[in-house]
Ligand binder design. Structure first.
Ligand code: UP5
Ligand code: MG
Length: 191
């Protein structure tokens, strides 16, 4: 199990808003364990497991994989890491996922939400798609990812805004400028 003084930060935002980019910057400055739910799923797909095969089809359609799958992968790596400050990137993506994570692991300390217009996210993902090899970085799947985000993931942001835990950060500026705002939030956490 996790240490009693563990701290969990959910890093959320639309597809291509810059979650992974900002987590890389946080990692360089703070001792923390960064777990991207999407990266864990892509590793599962690569492993060729039966679960991975099912996930691959859902991800290609921009749909959410069953919460039990992501929750197990996250739990496994959180415990194995031996860490106590966790950046959970790209999860939870629906209200029931937030509830299941918090009731079976622990409540999050804070939420970073990267706010970015759809046109900008689409531009970034199409550009990345030229070299990423990600099977979901194409115009058709990107459209489906946006739909899932608006329909299922945005309510998570509102949920944490109501709880006073969600920090909305504009993700339109250059990565280092966005990170400046991230740091202000994180310094507040450690104060
Ligand atoms: N970039 C980043 N910041 C920039 C900036 N400030 N200015 C200009 N460019 C910027 O960035 C995306 C691109 O934009 C990069 O090229 C970057 O250089 C540039 P990145 O940091 O990768 O953004 P991120 O928000 O991490 O984008 P990502 O594509 O990873 O977001 P998604 O949420 O779409 O993808 P994820 O990997 O989390 O999930 C993929 C799929 O897995 C989902 O669609 C879903 O099918 C499934 N999934 C689940 O079912 N459940 C989960 O819990 C998680 C995933
Ligand atoms: Mg990412």
């Amino acid at each position: 199990s996790l240490p009693a003084d563990a701290q969990i930060v959910f890093v959320l935002g639309g597809p291509g808003s810059g979650k992974g980019t900002q987590c890389d910057k946080i990692k360089a400055d703070y001792e923390c364990v960064h777990l991207s739910a999407g990266d864990l799923l892509r590793a599962e797909v690569k492993s060729g497991s039966e679960v991975g095969l099912k996930c691959e089809a859902l991800m290609k359609e921009g749909k959410l994989v069953p919460v039990a799958v992501t929750l197990n992968l996250l739990k496994r790596d959180m415990i194995a890491s031996g860490g106590k400050f966790f950046l959970i990137d790209g999860f939870p993506r629906a209200l029931d996922q937030a509830e299941q994570f918090e009731s079976s692991i622990m409540p999050c300390k804070t939420v970073l939400f990267f706010d970015c217009p759809e046109e900008e996210m689409e531009k970034r993902l199409l550009k990345r798609g030229e070299t990423s090899g990600r099977s979901d970085d194409n115009a058709d799947t990107i459209r489906k990812r946006f739909h899932t985000f608006l329909d299922q993931s945005l309510p998570v942001k509102d949920h944490y805004l109501t709880q006073g835990k969600c920090h909305v950060i504009s993700a339109v500026a250059a990565p280092d400028d966005v990170y400046g705002k991230v740091k202000v939030v994180l310094e507040g956490l450690h104060a």
